[in-house]
Each structure stands twice: as C-alpha cells, then as structure tokens.
Design a protein around this ligand. Structure first.
Ligand code: RIB
Ligand code: CA
Length: 313
C-alpha cells in the first residue's frame, strides 16, 4: 500500500515512520513535515532521524512553519510546553545524515496527487492539517485527486489540549475545518477515542525490545519516554496512547477499528472554550451528508500485532 505521510514528528509520528518503513505491506512514497509538536525545523530534523534509523531513502519535503491563519498555536508553544519534558528535540535518535529535499511540501503534494500514476496512494496525516489545506487551496482539483485521506485528529469525547479539543485540530483549527469541508472522496478520522482505547504499556515495550531490531528498540524507547511524561497516563495504570501509527496500521489492518461511525464532521474555529473541537454529527435528520468515517474504538490485539510485524523486520 503506497502512502504519503504528512507529519509533525513528535515521538508517536516517529514510531509511525518506523512502522511505515518497516511493514512489508506498506510503501512510503514521501514524507512531508508541518509545524506541530515542535517547531518545523525540529519536526523536519526528527523526521530525517527516524527515516535514517529505519534505513529508508524516502524523500522528505518541509512544509508550513506556522498555522494557516494564526501566527502561532492558539496558546504559543513556549507557554503550552513550559513545564513539560514530553516533547524532545532529536527524540534521542542518532543525528540525521540525510537531508531534506529542495522545494516546499505543498507544491510537492499538489504535483504528487495530480499525477495519475499516484492515484493508488493514500494520504496519511498525523499532524495539523496546514499543508493539506494549503495544497487544496493552491490546486482545488486536488479534492478529486486525493483518493483517500486517513488522519489522526480530533476527539468525539474529551480532547487532550482542552476538554473539547485534540492537539492536531486545535493547533490549526482553520486548516482542519478547510480540509474536512472540502468534500474529499474518502476521509477516515482516527480521533483520541480510538487511540486511547488501545494504549501501550511497559510490557509492550519489553516485547518490542525482544524483537532485536534497531527500529523496535527505538520505538520501545520512545514509548517508554511517553510512559514517563504523558499526562494522559494515570499513575496507577502506566499506559500511554500511541496515536499516529494507528493510521498506518489501518492501511494494512482495516480490522483495527472495532467501532466506527459515518457522520458529518466539522471543526470549531471560533469557540472561546471549544476552539478546535471536532463535531461528529450522527443525527439521522442532520442537514448535511456524511463526509467522514470516524473510528471510535480500536483493537489492542490488532494494533500490537501490526507493530510487531512492522518493527520486527
Ligand atoms: O493529539 C495527538 C496528536 O498530537 C498526535 O498526532 C501527536 O503527535 C500530536 O501531534
Ligand atoms: Ca503527530
């Protein structure tokens, strides 16, 4: 399965990269980077480090360094992460030896998906949707040419940055709303509801380490870091959601999601308390037709099997 990954690497994006390169059923065509977990220069550096560790000669294009309209995240990153050691520059991975390609990610995405030879490729997004919104604005025909978008973002229940909003949608709510309202033929949303339903644990890290590959060892270390620093992890039950690799797992294991719903989805761009909230309208009498499939629950068994297969070879 060929795919382009648009990401904001980030520890879970890095695991997605390692898994996307390693899984025998997945073929990364390119990776594009976007401002998100960390500033763009660090996102791109983290991305190159993960790809180098995986031994992949996958082209990387750097994209948007700030949200579509806003000058920074709704709460500037320095303030948001002030007392947190969760985000790392370099991710503890060896320095990159490969280099980012010349040219911006947005025209790359346009050219790639306008090319009929790539009509089989899925676009996977695991960061804020800034690059994709910009690409759709630059070339509106892209809305008919991206055959499938699988993205991590949003929450039907509680968010993680605020009670209402998940990070990727909150970080660039205007971009998320622009992309979801475009009318892409197939959109699959992997929100927190799904990722939090199949968290990973210390014993999962032990199992990954026993696989004996550099990719599995790196993934285990990244998950252990999340276990130590993720506030989502209640202390009495050390487990952590590892969000982004689920998008790639879904490409080869569509049985990953054990509950999904077709709905009309949109993103709040104005609410004082609800900025970035994903609205999942399942009402039978809703005025607008369904424009996405939303995953509500995932199988931990399938997810672990995917990670073992992807990271063990
Ligand atoms: O809310 C989880 C998402 O935000 C993940 O994509 C993670 O990498 C962060 O970007
Ligand atoms: Ca991410």
């Amino acid at each position: 399965m060929r795919f382009v990954l648009d990401c904001d690497t980030g520890s879970d994006d890095a695991i997605a990269i390692l898994a996307g390169v390693g899984h025998p059923g997945l073929e990364p065509a390119a990776v594009t980077t976007v401002n998100g977990n960390v500033a763009l220069e660090h996102v791109t550096d983290n991305t190159l480090r993960a790809l180098d560790l995986a031994g992949a000669g996958v082209p990387v294009y750097a994209g948007a360094a700030r949200p579509l309209i806003r000058p920074d995240l709704p709460i500037p990153r320095d303030v948001l992460n002030k007392d947190s050691a969760f985000q790392q520059h370099g991710l503890g991975l060896p320095e990159a030896v490969s280099a980012v390609r010349e040219g911006h990610a947005v025209p790359f995405l346009v050219d790639f998906f306008m090319d009929a030879a790539n009509a089989d490729a899925t676009l996977v997004a695991t960061g804020p949707l800034t690059n994709i919104a910009l690409a759709l604005a630059l070339e509106p025909r892209l809305a008919e040419r991206i055959p499938r978008l699988v993205l991590m973002g949003g929450a039907h229940g509680n968010g993680n940055v605020t009670a209402a909003a998940e990070f990727n949608f909150w970080a660039d709510p205007e971009a998320a709303e622009a992309v979801l309202s475009t009318g892409l033929p197939e959109v699959v949303i992997v929100p927190l509801d799904a990722t939090h339903s199949a968290p990973l644990t210390g014993p999962d890290c032990d199992e990954l380490e026993q696989l004996g590959t550099p990719a599995a060892a790196a993934a285990a270390a990244l998950i252990r870091h999340r276990l130590e620093h993720d506030q989502a992890s209640p202390s009495h039950e050390p487990s952590t959601p590892v969000h982004d690799p689920m998008c790639l797992a879904y490409l080869v294991r569509p049985d990953l999601f054990t509950a999904t719903v077709r709905a009309h989805v949109s993103v709040e761009t104005a609410g004082a308390r609800t900025l970035g909230q994903l609205l999942v309208d399942t009402r039978p009498w809703r005025p607008e037709p369904a424009n996405a499939t939303v995953a509500l629950q995932a199988s931990g068994t399938v997810y672990r099997a995917f990670l073992r297969e992807a990271l063990g070879s």
